[in-house]
Design a binder for this molecule. Sequence first.
Ligand code: ZN
Length: 333
Amino acid sequence: MVEKFRMEKMSTINWDDYFMSMVYLIASKSKDKRTHIGAVVVGPDNEIKSTGYNSFVRRLRDDIPERQEKPEKYFWFEHAERNAVYNATLIGTSLKGCKMYTNGIPCMDCARGIVQSGINEVIVDREWNNGNQGEDLEHSKRTLRMFEEVGVKVRYWEGKLLNIEKFRRGEVTEKAGSPVNSENNVEKMGNKLKIKIKKLHPEAIIPQYAHPGDAGMDLFSVEDLILHPGERVGVKTGISIELPENYVSLIWDKSGNALKSGIKTMAGVLDSGYRGEYIIVLINLSGKDFEIKKGQKVAQVLIQRVENPEIEEAGELTDSSRGETGFGASGAF
Ligand SMILES: [Zn+2]
């Protein structure tokens, strides 16, 4: 029974999450003390062609400490992406038409190798890549320019890494923040997440992002009401939203309402499991009545990913530079 459950769950991981998890697994073998990079090259049928991690070249002594230090290490280490390319040549495997999964935008040296080996798509971890700075940035600017010019597609992955240990223990439940997409409510078009919204009232307005790049979508009232000074009320929106697991709806103020009319939202966390009507709790902090008309914007909703960490009780916490200095201790306003 347990076996069967496990197998079913494992088969639902998408290819991007699967290969990106492999990138980190492969990176773990790196001899570089500071940076662990992995690369996986995959053919058009998702067959693995080659892998590589950043490390010393074959047969080189890896016990000489100076070779670990910058800038000396740059002479001795080979990068993961090029190692993946070289590992393919070692066994006579063509990478033509393949894609490469790796942590961040490759450096120009690897990028040239990628282009020349015939790889036509590179998928990188957006979160890792955001940490790029300094010389890395100088490289990645040029890499992106070159990839664009020669037609190598770049895609930013934002999925979830596989927790292998959980599979081993058979603990792959949806609640545990598993990397598995729940079959019924996540539908991904490329990297775009799709959310289902249901009208519970014929006059409800389905929220939309007003402009590309907007953080929030407006929520509209389906009723007329008056909010007296100091009063709080639940305003019906006439909609319910189905969120994928590990996502949350956060209800925020409309800055116009807050600034001009002293209207504030309260209790704005709606979990992914909630399927009821979105009711916006508003409080009137002004001295005047606030009139809400049907169809009026009352708040905005931000849909965000959340982590569900495992909680363990600990006798001691790791020291930090901040230590026990409290709230507001980071400087005067
Ligand atoms: Zn490189």
